[in-house]
Design a protein around this ligand. Structure first.
Ligand code: LIP
Length: 263
């Protein structure tokens, strides 16, 4: 199935409303963290029923509205994605650790991928009531106002946000940090790849680098960056939808310096 412009527009509008609905559900759990059962998925990788229930809501709403679209969520996995033309790629709570620690750096990330490219990206930060949205070819917005990456040309022009997980060796992120600091830069890590990437799209950070990130964490925000005038690596090259990939993103003039930070 090849999606028409009208069908992409319809999915964009639905994703914006759905992100807000899911955000309200997640905020209900956020207000009652003591009630959650937290389980480990591995070192520094946790999950609770907040993630699962929020994803189940998103998944059911999309299945009801767009029954022929496939779904790929962090917590419930793939559904009908083999050979599918259109796939919803969802992280119901990106920044699970900050969420469970009662911190505000978490969000809902919803991307729609068709023909091998991200066509719709919506990231909603309920604690900040900030909704980042982009439709391919139509720019990026924060709460309805156009956003643009920072016009940075040097690592010393601001802060680069880094992502790290135990999916990659410690030596890799230490090398990234050393190169960044020796290059006159500074790092931050907020625990949410999607939110960190959105902050690049609106100019709060001047770049994002992570040796490995999953597709559901970043696809929506990567579209926001390119629609906000930024440049990213070809994240979906190969089988990155399933396997994840490294991510480098930032203003075009700074992109070579950001890419040079990678091992
Ligand atoms: C997070 C990513 C982040 C990464 C964290 C974690 P989660 O996703 O958004 O980029 O550095 O380790 O994987 O697990 O909070 O959905």
């Amino acid at each position: 199935m090849t999606y028409t412009t009208a069908q992409i527009e319809e999915r964009f509008a639905f994703a914006v409303d759905l992100a807000r609905e899911a955000g309200a559900v997640a905020m209900g759990y956020f207000a009652d963290l003591d009630s959650l059962d937290v389980t480990s998925k591995g070192p520094q990788d946790v999950v609770s029923q907040a993630d699962v229930q929020t994803e189940m809501l998103i998944r059911s709403r999309l299945a009801e509205r767009f029954p022929n679209d496939a779904f790929f969520g962090e917590e419930t996995g793939p559904q009908g994605i083999d050979g599918a033309e259109g796939i919803w790629v969802v992280d119901p709570i990106d920044g699970t650790q900050p969420f469970l620690m009662g911190m505000a750096t978490w969000c809902i990330s919803i991307a729609f991928v068709a023909g091998g490219a991200t066509r719709v990206g919506v990231v909603f930060s309920p604690p900040a009531n900030e909704l980042f949205a982009a439709r391919e070819g139509h720019g990026a917005t924060l709460n309805g106002r156009a956003i643009h990456v920072r016009d940075a040309t040097s690592l010393s022009d601001g802060v680069v946000t880094l992502g790290y997980s135990t999916r990659t060796p410690v030596e890799e992120i230490l090398l990234v940090m050393e190169r960044l600091l020796r290059g006159g830069g500074m790092f931050a890590r907020n625990g949410s790849g999607a939110l960190g990437l959105c902050y690049v799209a609106c100019g709060r950070f001047i770049g994002y680098v992570e040796p490995h990130i999953n597709s559901w964490d970043c696809l929506a925000a990567l579209l926001l960056i390119t629609e906000a005038g930024g440049r990213t690596n070809d994240f979906l090259a190969g089988d990155a939808l399933h396997t994840g990939n490294a991510v480098v993103a930032g203003p075009p003039a700074l992109y070579p310096a950001l890419a040079a930070l990678m091992p």
